[in-house]
Each structure stands twice: as C-alpha cells, then as structure tokens.
Design a protein around this ligand. Sequence first.
Ligand SMILES: O=C(O)CC1=CCC(=O)O1
Length: 270
Amino acid sequence: MQFVDIGGVTLHFAHRPAAGSGRHLVFINSLGTDFRIWNEVADALAGNISTLTYDKRGHGLSDIGSAPYSMEDHVDDLIGLVDRLGIRQIVLCGLSVGGLVALGFYKRRPEMVDGILLCDTAHKIGTVDGWNARIATVEKSGIDTIADGIMKVWFTPSFHTERKAELAAYRNMLVRQAVAGYAGTCAALRDADYTEVARNISVPTLCLAGDQDGSTPPELVRATADLIPGARFEIIEYAGHIPCVEQPAALTGRIRKFLSELSSGEGYHG
Ligand SMILES: O=C(O)CC1=CCC(=O)O1
C-alpha cells in the first residue's frame, strides 16, 4: 500500500514502474469508485508499461479533505502526486470525472502530456439541476438510495444477469464511499466545463465509449472527440460506463495500440 500527503490530504496510490519505461500511463477514476477498477488493465500492462493508479480525494482510502470540491482541487492532487513521484512524461487515461481531471491536468501541465485517453467522459457532464438533485439526495438519504440506478448505467444488462457477484461487489464499492467525498465530487462535476480545453488539445487523443453507457452515451463522447483537433473516437462493445471492469481485455487492447502508435510517432493528431 502506498500513501502520500499532498497539501494536507493523504492520497492512496499504486505506482508500478516498468524498467525502461519513463513514460507513465496515469489512470484517473470515475465518481464513486476507487482505483481497484483499473486492476485488470494495469495488471495486463505490467512489466512493459509504467502505471500509476490512485484514489481521488474523498474516494477509497484517500482523505476526504475539505469538501465540496472544485475540479481544480482534483487536478491539484494529481499534479502534486506525479511531482512527488518524479514522473515527468505522461499519458493520461481518465474515466468519466477522471476525464475532466485529465483535461484539467493537460491545461495546467501540457508539456508533460504525450497523449490522452478519454474513456466514457465528456468536456462537460450532466446539468446543474441534475447534480444538485443528486447531492441533495445522497446528503439526505445516503448513496444506497441511488445505488441500484447507478448500477444500471455502470453496467450492461448482461453484466447484471451473468456477473451477479461482481455487480454486488461494485455496488458495495459505490455505497462505501464517503458521502462528503461523493457529493463533493458531484459539485466539482456540476461546475466543470472544459470545452475550451478540449478545443485546444494538441496531443494525440483517443475517445472511447462503451456502446451501452447510460451516463456518457456514445453520442456525447463523440461530440467531445469532435471538439478535439485530430482526436479519434471508438466504441467498446458490450460495455456500459465502466469498460475497465466490464471489458478489460478490449480496453487494454485499445490502450496498447494507442501507446504503440504514440511510440512509433504515428499518433492520431491531424
Ligand atoms: O455514477 C455515475 O452517475 C456516472 C458518472 C458520472 C460522472 C462519473 O464520474 O461517473
């Protein structure tokens, strides 16, 4: 277990350096999850590619800090973490709210970013009213009251029928997040709009969407890709909002291809 204090907030992370790979693939979680969602993907890449996973503040074993948050609070944490670890060259892989953190990181430290994978995310997610309603519900009644609805957007109907034990475990992961951290991140989502950042990205970017994502559906992810100069958009089949859990092999394959195109200088940037 690895922990670090960044500006008074303890962050839980897993740094897996690979010999000869100075470039790091940095995974950034979605709302209501901890970094175990990346385990299968990071395990599959281990040995060849240096990876970093971490729990956003208010999630997993990381501190809650002072909630509610802005998206820049999450960006500050990630900047502090990579600086502390001495990581200089990065490919960002952000899932959902993690995609917004990736865009915020790129805005602040573009010289460190070689490429961006945006997974089931968008330049702007949801509406002010929607996030305020969710904050009010979880603060009044707890995360459990919305958990079954959230599971429907996280995972496909076949995951619900065929992988019941995993479904129960990921529901547990969601409901065991701290309400303050969860609601605090909903506030960050409510207030974040990275449209201009997306328009000004100048590194290869691949946007991926689960074909059955009920939260950031393929049309929204495609609209984000359309904003980013030269970005590519691809669908991951048989996946909801969290392809790293539901289709880890398919996602790993896309990541490997993206990284090898980056290394060979092909990239996607037009
Ligand atoms: O849990 C959800 O509602 C899906 C989601 C939206 C932003 C995020 O990170 O996850």
